[in-house]
Write a protein that binds this ligand. Structure first.
Ligand code: HEM
Length: 335
């Protein structure tokens, strides 16, 4: 009994030692084996080993099984850090430039004073397209900026309830207004392409700084070089945000995950630069220049305004319609 008992204890001891050796011995490949389902496995360890965290899902879309992957972490860094810096610098930078410009230069006046005679600059249809596109753009810009900056800036101010309610409506607006905005960009492209092809006059206009400083009035046709820049920013920038926006709105139809991330990066960077550019446009169309707003308001401008800012266009219009066609009406004061 005694020797059998000793033998049994010895056998058990040997087996336990053998099992322990097997458990701690390195695997044939040399790599440490990880059981992804073991609760003790750390997320970081899994990422180092497999470079992604992925599981099985019961829904048809198997892509939803990927929880973490290297490109996703890089994209999150872009989304939460880089984009906020790029957007913040572009938008606050342009606002600072405009404030400094306004304080030093003030409103650009009609130097010759108002003539009291006005000339048609934009038709009703052109103004309708402009304001439809502009209204959509402003709502798209505010709701888009909420996606990028809402969490750090607005959420702490208004709280979770109000922020989620507003963000939900903002997202609906962002999705649905993309359609009239896209139509507006296409119409702007077609309507004004003829006046926006760069030519020799633009080089002289740029060399003379557009007459922004001092009392210079470089000649220009219907659109000067600065307006042509705005036009092409709207057409190319609008085209890019629309194309990438629809890619994001209908996910994975055209591309995989890397394509989706690229679409989001292009969409957001172009959008914040677009907003910065339009702030400069809105400035010059309102408080920056006397007599400009009425071009898009009533559709007519004072003849002296046209002479100072678009002398070649005025000549063309006079030759086309005859000088007496300029309406004899007191133009309303600009903003
Ligand atoms: C409150 C906002 C805005 C105001 C006050 C404004 C004002 C104006 C004015 C006064 C003009 C005529 C300039 C002239 O007669 O020479 C104009 C032209 C134009 N606007 Fe706007 N605008 C606004 C927003 C927008 C937006 C959001 C877009 C596009 C997304 C846009 C696109 C254009 C384009 C392409 C032109 C023709 C080129 C140019 O004159 O720069 N505008 N705008």
């Amino acid at each position: 009994m005694g020797s059998i008992g000793r033998f049994t204890r010895l056998a058990f001891g040997a087996c336990a030692l053998l099992l322990l050796l097997v458990a701690v011995a390195p695997s044939p490949s040399g790599a440490q084996q990880i059981n992804p389902t073991a609760s003790s496995v750390k997320e970081q360890q899994l990422l180092q080993e497999l470079n992604r965290i992925q599981g099985r899902v019961s829904i048809p879309d198997q892509r939803s099984g990927v929880l973490e992957q290297p490109a996703g972490r890089d994209w999150r860094e872009f989304r939460n850090v880089t984009l906020r810096w790029v957007g913040g610098i572009a938008i606050l930078g342009i606002l600072a430039v405009l404030v400094i410009f306004y304080l030093s230069r003030g409103m650009i006046r009609i130097e010759g004073g108002r003539s009291g005679r006005s000339i048609v600059r934009f038709t009703t249809f052109e103004r309708f397209v402009h304001w439809m596109t502009a209204t959509c753009f402003i709502i798209l810009a505010l709701s888009g900026l909420n996606i990028t900056f809402g969490r750090p800036l607005l959420l702490p101010l208004i709280g979770f309830e109000a922020f989620s309610e507003w963000s939900q409506w903002a997202k609906y607006a962002h999705n649905y207004l993309s359609f009239p905005f896209t139509i507006g960009v296409v119409l702007i492209f077609l309507m004004w392409i003829a006046g926006n092809i760069p030519n020799k006059v633009d080089i002289d206009w740029i060399k003379r700084g557009g007459g922004m400083v001092g009392h210079d009035h470089p000649p220009a046709y219907r659109f000067n070089a600065g307006q042509k820049a705005i036009y092409w920013i709207v057409v190319i920038g609008g085209g890019l945000v629309a194309a990438t926006g629809y890619e994001l709105m209908f996910p994975f139809y055209l591309t995989g995950i890397e394509g989706m991330q690229l679409a989001q990066i292009v969409h957001s960077v172009v959008a914040v630069l677009f907003v910065a550019a339009m702030l400069a446009h809105i400035y010059i169309g309102t408080i920056g220049m006397e007599g400009a707003f009425e071009a898009m308001g009533s559709g007519t401008v004072d003849v002296n305004w046209a002479r100072e800012h678009h002398s070649l266009w005025l000549k063309e219009e006079m030759a086309r319609t005859g000088p007496n066609d300029a309406q004899q009406q007191p133009a309303t004061a600009a903003e």
